[in-house]
Each structure stands twice: as structure tokens, then as C-alpha cells.
Design a protein around this ligand. Sequence first.
Ligand code: ADP
Ligand code: MG
Length: 732
Amino acid sequence: MTLTPRQAAVRSLAAKATTGERVSIPEESITETYGAFVFNEAAQRKFLPGNVYKKLRRTINQGETLDPSIADSVANAMKNWAVSHGATHYSHWFQPMTGSTAEKQDSFITPTGTGTAILEFSGKELTQGEPDASSLPSGGIRVTFEARGYTAWDPLSPAFLRHSPNGVTLTIPTAFCSWTGDALDTKTPLLRSNAALDVQARRVLDLISEPGEAPVERVYTNVGAEQEFFLIDRELFYLRPDLMACGRTLFGAAPPKGQEQDDHYFATTPGRVMAFMQDLERRLWQLGIPIKTRHNEVAPAQYEMAPIFESVTVACDHNMLMMDLLHEVARVHGLKCLLHEKPYRGLNGSGKHNNYSVGTDQGHNLLDPGTNPHDNLRFMIFLTALIAAVDKHQDLLRSTVASAGNDHRLGAHEAPPAIISIFMGSDLQGVIEALISGSDQAKLEGGKLHLGVSSLPYLPRDTTDRNRTSPFAFTGNKFEFRAPGSSQSLAYPNYVLNTILAESLEIMAEQIEALPGAERKSGGVQNIIRKTLTQHQRILFPGDNYADAWTAEAEKRGLLNLRDTPSALGVLNTPKNVALFAKYDVLSEREWLSRTAIVSESYMEKLRVEARVAVDMAATLFLPAGLRAQHKTADSLSAARGACKGLNLEVQINHLTKIANLISALQESIDLLRERIANPPAEDDPVAASKLLAAGLIPAMAQLRGVVDSLETLVADDLWPVPKYRELITVH
Ligand code: ADP
Ligand code: MG
């Protein structure tokens, strides 16, 4: 019997399950190779002249502006280091508004005119690049000027080496902007938001510092990203046009066994997957990405890996790089990594928890309650500021996780709802409620609470009860923002968090500054905290975020419930948001408005691609499969009739009728979707257009899927043209 491609691919699954055992463990220890491919402090010390090294470190550690006179020397050292590892090229690596990374590569080679060549890399080439930006999204900013874009070296994020089979490339993290200085990427606003937060946070810290306390020189954000993903066998992947074009299945009947038994979470990782993870970890460590955790996730064939937290820009760069490597290493292992938020209907989707805290150059975590009253006070101010910020800017935070992919996940009882709220844990919730009610004494389970004027709450550490349903949960000394989608860049959520926190801190700083000196020490600050918490307490929710009751309760509280991307985008371009980003020099009005346009466009493009792929698969794969099934059933009926007159063939006729009806329904659904693709709503405003487009395409795709999925359960297995769910989720 000749096997169909699907059957052949499924057959080879078992054989491939053994490849995991063939990966050999490298000779070098992790500590020997950690950071080997990063131009890190050790490499800088080795390759740079002493005075240049010191200046560069000051830029990296204290955020001092880079002295342009050392650029040539740094570039030369970087090149020598890279060439010593076999590099021939360098690239400016950036994060345009496509949501992924981009780069332009050049070789170091410079012909000398005598038929020979030398390798060169100048300070100018290091600090600035000019990629042709005309094909990258700008939301209309660039067309009014010119197509040129500039990349600018970000010395805070270390350069690294990318190895490909036939060469090595020195990769330089950069920011990307237009020649007028407009940001065209996600990193520029992130860097700017860090600066804004630093200024306002230090302002508050200075106001409440104790006599003799050393001033804080720098405040910055730390982020740890938990990355979820699915793996599937690569051969099966290539048999699914929907996975190839959209990253998710547009069709597929529910498998007989899905995640009902909860037997995948934290279970033993299959050998082939373990081999993949171990290979990936080695490569991540070599790139200085401190990957730490690995485990099975809830859905079959779903996994999670998380690094140790790092400063926000490095953490975001590292997460982008890690997503690249997930794809690259999966290929080597005959697997395909799916980063889509919802590859399979009926199985949990994938997210990326963004663990966020605020640190100082002195090593303090300002979101750590600490053990003494002074630490407590600092903590309470930063906590209060963040609570106020999240309440005031729910719209912004919601928008940072809005995407076509995440729309399938948020609010689907597997991920937080689209309603933004904060979970504090019962002890802190108690502290906050006692503060608000103004009670002088209150008992807490984790410890005593004094709310007298001179003594501040004793805040117990590590009393973080778990509430996995909350979108924004306090977890001991950080907040975990759980709504981001698995495929997205974390730059946007974090520049929003930094900016809204900066604003909130500034508001509190102004109130503290207005206090008479004596009151600053005697309870005035506590009153400001109390007032702010009272004003924003509606955002705190300790209960089950998946429950329907919460939706009703949230509405009563006046919280936003922006269910899908078009709704989330619809509230973005307000004077409040324009003014916020402009005030803190994070994004100008033009830059901000361009972003909504870009996100809407990309959302619509994703929908259009999905709709086209759905029509194509239905018309050229599933309809023919249905016709073949009908033919075979009809043949079998006539044969039976011919072989034996008077047989009762009613059940078989019913079967044939069902198939025939589904074929008609299929053709109708294809026609409907085709028609909607061909006649998109006429609307110029991108946000309004995305709402209309979604309203037309999404229901038509759902109708089509319903028919195809029913057909899948009727058609003979050997006639079904694409791998089924039960096969896609099998990786052993
Ligand atoms: P869990 O699944 O329990 O949330 P994980 O260990 O999977 O925990 O991930 C927690 C993430 O939070 C890690 O990336 C960790 O480094 C990060 N993290 C821990 N402390 C902080 C902090 N102070 N600031 C930011 N991130 C942190
Ligand atoms: Mg977590």
C-alpha cells in the first residue's frame, strides 16, 4: 500500500523519538562556556585599552553618555574579539514594529587595492547604521519624509555572536529611528521610559531618604520572562498549510484525548524534547542568557522555559533572541516550535508572564517589602504608585497585549480575562484595607500590623498566595503581568509600565513636596499613600478572575472590559495617552499615533491571511476529501445494492446524505468567506476598519471551520488530507 504523506509522517514519529538519545554532552562545563559568545565585561577587559574599558563600563553601569572619541577603539576591539571567534560579518540588530527582529549584515572586509583585503570596523559603523527602511512599518511617519532609517548602537545591551552553519556574525543590538529621530522600533521608547522612571523614582527616594543615607544614583526595571511554547514534529508541520502560514490550526476536530486528565503539567519531559531543551540551553548560556527553568506545561506538547531576570532592555533583547533560537534549535531536532498564542482550539494557549520589579544601583528591590520601617515606607510608596498607575491606565496596559493571536486566549478560562485588575495576596490586601479604613491596629496572619502615625505596617515577606487567574499579581517582591502573548515582544508592556509608574511617582512626589517639612516625617506621606489607595482600590481584586461574577462586578466598579483587539485599539488615541507619552519624552504625539495604525494594520493583515488560507484549504483539501468520501460511499452503496437485492441500506444512505449535506454546506461557507475577503469594508480609519473587518471575517471563518471539523469526524481516516490534532500533539 502506498502511504499518503500524512501517513508516512505519522509512521516516522516513533523512529524519531529515539534521536534524543544521540545528542552528546559537550566536554566544556557550563561555567567555562557561559557568555562565551558575548562581548561581556571579561571580553571588554581583555580586548580594550584600560582607559577605554573604564569609560565604556561607566556608560553601561551608570548610563553615562558614551564618549564619541572611544567609539573607534571599542569598534576595533569588538571586531578583534569577534574575528578571534571566526566572525566575518557584523550586523545592526533591531526590533522594528513588525513584532520581530530585523538586521542588516555587512562584512568587515575592505580590499586594499593590491588584490588583498583587510578586516575593518570603524566607530561610525559600530554606532550608526543606515538600513533601507522603506519596507518596514512606520504607520505613515516615514512616507512624509524619506525612506531612510537609522540604527543606533545600544551599549547597554551587549553585542554577541550568531553562529550559522557556514559562518559567524557579530550582532550589535541597536535602536531604530527615522532621520528626523522618530522612533520606528520598540526599543527606543523602552530606553526612554527607563530614563523617565529613573528621574521620578529618584525624586521620590530623595524626598523620603533618611539623614546620612547615600543617594540612589540609578533606578531601573528588572524583568524575567516566562516563555511558553508548543513543539510539533516538523514533518507534520509541513503538511498543515495553516500552521505554515498562520502559526495556528484553522481547522481540526477535538482529539479524543486532549488535556482533560491534567497529565501533562510538570510531567516527565519526552526524551526528544529534553534533547532539544538541553541543546537550546547550552546555546542560550553561551549567549549569556541565564536560562534557568524548564518544564511541561498544561496542554499536551506544550512547554515553558524561563531565564533569571535581568535589566529590562537586556531581558527584552534576550527574549527576542530566545524566540529566534527556539525556532533554530527546533529545526535541528526535527521539531517545529509554535509561538502562537493559540495553536489548537480546545487546548490551553501560550502566554509569556512578565515579572516586573524596580531596582536601584545599590541593589535594593523597591517592590520588596523589606524588614524595617524605612524599607516598608519605600515599598508602600512604589506599590501605591503602581496600583494607581495600573488603575488609571487600564486601557494602555490592555492594549499592550492586544493581538489577533492573543484574542483567542484572553478571557478563555485559561488565561486572565481582558479586564485588568491587581491581585495583592491576602496579607497585603489586609494591610491596604486597614490603611484605607484608617484603623490604628489590625491583626494579620503573617505578622503584626501597626498603623499608628509613627510606625509603619510590618509587612511579612513571602506570603504570596497563588492566584493564577489574575492578570497582574503581586508575587512577593515583583508583579507578574500574565496577559502578554507568547509570541509578542515584551518591550511594549514594559515601556508602558515604566511610563505610567513614572507619572504616578511624579504625582506622589509633588504631593510630598507640598507637605510642610515636619509632616513629611510624621505621617503626611502615609496620608498621601492612604488617599491614593482609596482613590484606586477598585483595581484590586482578590477573587477568581475566570468567574462570570467578576465580569459583572468589574463593570459595576467601572473597570474596562476591552474584549478584543479592535476594542482595545479603539480607546488608545486619547488626549490622556498622547499627553502621557509626550510628557515623559517616551513617544511624541506623532510616534504614538503611528503605533495604533501599525498595530491595526498588522491585526488586519493577520486576519486576511488566515481567511485566505482557510478558503484555500477548504476548497483544495477538504472539499476534495469530502467528494472522495462521497464517491467511495456511493460506490459502496451501489455495489451492495448490486450484490444483494433487498438489503436494508438506510443507515448507509443516511451516511451518504450527511456527507452530501456537509459538502453543500462547505461550498456555501467557502463562497461566503470568499465574498467577504473580496469585499472588505470601505473604511479609512485603521481602528474602525479592523473592527469591521473582524466582524465580517471571524464569523465566516468560524462557520467554515464548523463544517470542516464535522466532516473530519465522518470521512475515512485514510482520505483525510492533513494531520489531525491527535497526531500534531504527539511528540515522544
Ligand atoms: P513561577 O512559575 O513560579 O512564576 P518561574 O521561576 O517560572 O516562577 O519564573 C519566575 C520569573 O520571575 C523568573 O524569570 C525569575 O527570574 C523572575 N523574577 C524573580 N524575582 C524577580 C524580580 N525581583 N524582578 C523581576 N523578575 C523576577
Ligand atoms: Mg509565573
